[in-house]
Design a protein around this ligand. Structure first.
Ligand SMILES: O=P(O)(O)OC[C@H]1O[C@H](OP(=O)(O)OP(=O)(O)O)[C@H](O)[C@@H]1O
Ligand code: HPA
Length: 176
């Protein structure tokens, strides 16, 4: 079984939107230090671009590694931490940076987990929101694009660990 890819977001369109998000984030946190917390693996590409679009005096970056999907394309509803946060988050403004929100299990789990770190605030920035597929309620503070359906790859997103390196976002069309 092979796959065909259909382009949904070009690198140019992504770059433009990431710049806008950077401006919105810089406005909201104006003059305050910020911790960007990326969720590995998928968010590293988005985070790398987003951090350079943010104009703030002090930005720190950390990563947490959460796994929920393994090698299939459906959520198991179970989330595991395989690498925890390393920076102290106590009293800090934390902006979680995620590539895609689907069922919402991953961010709902992280929201609870971060409470134990006692940050001053936690907000969520996701590159793609698949809101129609949500299983748990979540408020997202910054959203790059809303794409209701399809399995998406590229710009950090994978299908069985492939296609993360593609500079655009594509829908995977499965062929029998
Ligand atoms: O809203 P949800 O249904 O929880 O799904 C979204 C999560 O699923 C994917 O991660 P995955 O576990 O595949 O890990 P990866 O980032 O290493 O690809 C994606 O990167 C999100 O973190
Ligand atoms: O569409 C998707 N693509 C890649 N990873 C994902 N995790 C949830 N939805 C997706």
């Amino acid at each position: 079984m092979g796959e065909e890819l259909r382009l949904l977001l070009s690198p140019e369109r992504i770059a433009e939107r990431v710049k806008e998000l950077g401006r919105e984030i810089s406005q909201l946190y104006r003059g305050r230090p910020l911790v960007l917390l990326g969720i590995l693996k998928g968010a590293f590409v988005f985070l790398a671009d987003l951090m350079r679009a943010i104009d703030l005096p002090e930005v720190q970056v950390d990563f947490i590694r959460l796994k929920s999907y393994g090698f299939s394309d459906t959520s198991a509803g179970e989330v595991q931490i395989t690498k925890d946060v390393e920076l102290p988050l106590r009293g800090k403004d934390v902006l979680v940076v995620e590539d895609i929100v689907d069922t919402g299990y991953t961010l709902a789990f992280l929201r609870e987990h971060l409470r134990t770190h006692e940050p001053a605030s936690v907000r969520f920035c996701c590159f793609i929101d698949k809101a129609e597929r949500r299983k748990v309620p979540l408020e997202l503070d910054f959203v790059g694009f809303k794409i209701p359906r399809g399995f998406l790859v590229g710009y950090g997103l994978d299908y069985a660990e492939r296609y993360r390196h593609l500079p655009g976002v594509y829908e995977v069309l499965l062929q029998k």
